[in-house]
Each structure stands twice: as C-alpha cells, then as structure tokens.
Ligand binder design. Structure first.
Ligand SMILES: [Zn+2]
Length: 98
C-alpha cells in the first residue's frame, strides 16, 4: 500500500536526477536513501526499465572505474512529464501542507 504511494514519488525523483545528467541504479538507490527511502534493487530496476520502455529515460552502458554500469538520462518526453508533474505536485503539496 505505502509502496504504491511512494512509487510515483520515486519515478518523479528519478526523472529529476536523470534530467540533471546520467545516473545509474546504485546512485539512485543511494540518493533515495539520503531522502529516507529504502528502495531495493528489486523495486528500482523494474521501475527504471518501465520508464525506459515508455520512452521517459534512455540508458547506455558505461565503464566507470572498471565497472560496467547502465546510466540513465531523461529524454525530451521524460523532461516534459517532469515539468507537468512539478506543476501538479506544487499544487497538491500547497494544499496538503496548509
Ligand atoms: Zn534527490
């Protein structure tokens, strides 16, 4: 139940960081942890794959410090959804935080 609520936040948060430059799964997990969310790879990776399948993210394999990792970047479509989500979030947050 709670997981379902947070999944949307996790998607928007991932899009946000992926719009700032390439980010890999492990970095997203660390970043979520910093915000207080414990998300397992088993939850995150299917989410990343779905976002890529739907055209919001684009990935490529990079070798960094000898490790092969898949890096994700937001596509134009992803950035446009992020902008819309931001407006909607702002409105809802303003009401909820009242
Ligand atoms: Zn963050």
């Amino acid at each position: 139940m709670i997981r379902e609520f947070f999944l949307g936040f996790i998607k928007i948060h991932t899009l946000y960081h992926a719009s700032k430059g390439g980010i890999c799964g492990i970095e997203i997990i660390k970043e979520l942890k910093r915000h207080g969310y414990a998300v397992s790879p088993g939850t995150l990776y299917p989410t990343l794959h779905a976002l890529e399948r739907d055209g919001y993210l684009k990935s490529r394999m990079l070798v960094i410090h000898g490790k092969r990792r898949r890096y994700y970047k937001a596509t134009k479509k992803g950035i446009s959804v992020l902008k819309k989500s931001r407006e909607r979030l702002r409105e809802l947050v303003e009401e909820v935080m009242e």
